[in-house]
Write a protein that binds this ligand. Structure first.
Ligand code: ADP
Ligand code: MG
Length: 462
């Protein structure tokens, strides 16, 4: 519904330097959901929000709302847009102090040329759980209650989009949570766009978090905004197994696709390194042939493929992104395989998680690398089994069975607390901690045969 292309905005203050507040922003935002614009002060969040809300102009690029370019709006169209499409919520509430709650809200409707009734106002106050305060004056309300009035005032216009600039910036953390819960609820049937610098809130409540720095988007947790698969009960999906020749996993480094919400971490590189290391030590002959042979004999159903570029001057290999042609080439040569993109990245699971650092142990890794956007088709193709759920949030992950085994062997610790892990579902709801917390919502049984690598474990254990 909002489509922003190559948007740039510069401020030219009367005194001082020109400020490039937004630089080449490209963004698509869907109709519903809670979306955070996250960033430090001065990163351009408010500028972006104000442009979307029609409060501020821009220099370059285009902003389309429901397919219509804002550029083509005349003054009347802008007024209509702000009045009917957009509801604004600000950090400082902007209530009229000499008006009651009722009058503050009624005014918003009257400014649109509509008649306000007590019924209508009560209806929106009900949504923000403030019916009882309808006759109060703003100074008789707490900060959180004032913000609820401001939200009700925005809601009465029945806008398609709610824009909130630091809506909890003046509230304590408990009240902030209540306001965010409320906005989350409202985002079930409209778009709620929140500007914030609070990372924890953003990732806890947001369906999507767009991070800005220095006028640019530096991270977008869910660019495609694919519909979430939401389910709370623990369920099992079991699928038939396929032989090796039918499936290959394709590892693409720094691929230009988005690590969307349905992400799970798979231990591709560990798998590969263990295999390579193992093979290398026993094979004094053709390494590649040995890998292929052992992979085949072991009945592996999938393998990572990585493209590497050799830097002649510095004499090292660097992972490179596969091009479309690379993939087409592979498909031509091996048409019966299935290819799935993998996004490289690392999640460290060290220290606090295990009983003791696993430093000397080659078999259990301290970090996971590689993310796969998992789909039913993916599970289907490999004949995997998902214990638990698909992630439905950006901070949720599915982990491979291997990680479960590591926790089973070494126990799961979080600070002083330790949890006994006996079966995969004991891990559901616990966290993998890196820079951010990832809540484990499922375990993917990849038919990984750990017995094969047990000797490595034993060699290094002592
Ligand atoms: P944020 O909301 O992330 O704190 P803003 O969008 O308000 O950031 O500001 C982005 C940049 O643009 C900042 O460097 C800020 O100083 C500058 N800026 C914002 N508004 C104006 C203005 N009216 N005149 C000049 N510079 C401005
Ligand atoms: Mg701001």
């Amino acid at each position: 519904m909002i489509q922003i292309t190559n948007l740039s905005k510069t401020y030219k203050p009367k005194k001082g330097q020109i400020v490039e507040a937004l630089k080449d922003i490209n963004l698509v935002v869907n109709k519903k959901g809670l979306v955070f614009l996250l960033g430090k002060s001065g990163s351009g969040k408010s500028t972006l929000l104000n442009i979307i809300g029609g409060l501020d102009g821009y220099d370059q690029g285009d902003v389309k709302i429901f397919g219509k370019s804002i550029k083509d709006f005349n003054e009347q169209a802008f007024d209509d847009y702000r009045n009917t499409f957009i509801g604004f919520i600000f950090q400082e509430y902007h209530l009229i102090e000499s008006y009651s709650v009722y009058k503050n809200i009624a005014l918003a409707l009257e400014l649109q040329g509509q008649k306000a009734t007590k019924e209508i106002v009560l209806e929106v106050l009900r949504q923000v759980e403030l019916e009882a305060e309808i006759e109060r004056m703003p100074y008789e309300l707490s900060g959180g209650q004032k913000q609820r009035v401001a939200i009700a005032r925005a809601l009465i216009k029945n806008p398609k989009i709610l824009l909130a600039d630091e809506p909890t910036g003046s509230l304590d953390s408990e009240t902030s949570k209540q306001i965010l819960e409320l906005l989350k609820k409202l985002s079930k049937d409209k778009l709620v766009l929140i500007v914030s610098h609070d990372r924890e809130f953003a990732y806890t409540y947001g369906d999507r978090v767009i991070e800005l720095a220095d006028g640019r988007i530096i991270k977008d947790s869910n660019p495609q905004n694919s519909p979430a698969l939401i389910s709370t009960e623990v369920k099992t999906i079991k699928k038939a197994r396929l032989p090796f020749s039918d499936a290959i996993t394709l590892a693409l480094t720094s691929l230009k696709i988005k690590p969307a919400r349905l992400i799970f971490t798979i231990l591709l590189s560990l798998f590969a390194f263990v295999l390579f290391g193992f093979v290398d030590t026993v094979a004094s002959y053709d390494t590649i042939a040995t890998i292929v042979k052992s992979t085949h004999e072991n009945g592996d159903t999938h393998m990572p493929i990585v493209k590497q570029m050799y830097d002649i001057r510095n004499e090292y290999y660097e992972n490179a992104c596969m091009s479309k042609d690379d993939i087409l080439g592979l498909k031509e040569r091996f048409p019966n395989r299935k290819y799935f993109p993998v996004i490289t990245g690392r999640v460290d699971i060290n220290g606090t998680m295990f009983k003791e650092p696993l430093g000397t142990n080659e078999y259990y890794s301290l970090s996971l690398s590689g993310y796969v956007e998992i789909t039913e088709e993916f599970i289907d193709t490999f004949g995997f089994e998902l214990i638990g759920d698909f992630p439905s949030n950006d901070n949720e992950v599915v982990i491979p069975y291997y990680i479960f085994e590591a926790f089973e062997s070494f126990e799961y610790r979080k600070g002083e607390f330790k949890y006994e892990i006996k079966e995969p579902k004991d891990l559901i709801g616990l966290k993998l901690t890196d820079d951010e917390d990832y809540i484990i919502v499922g375990i993917l049984d990849t038919n990984f045969d750990s017995e094969r690598f047990r000797p490595l474990n034993d060699i290094n254990a002592d």
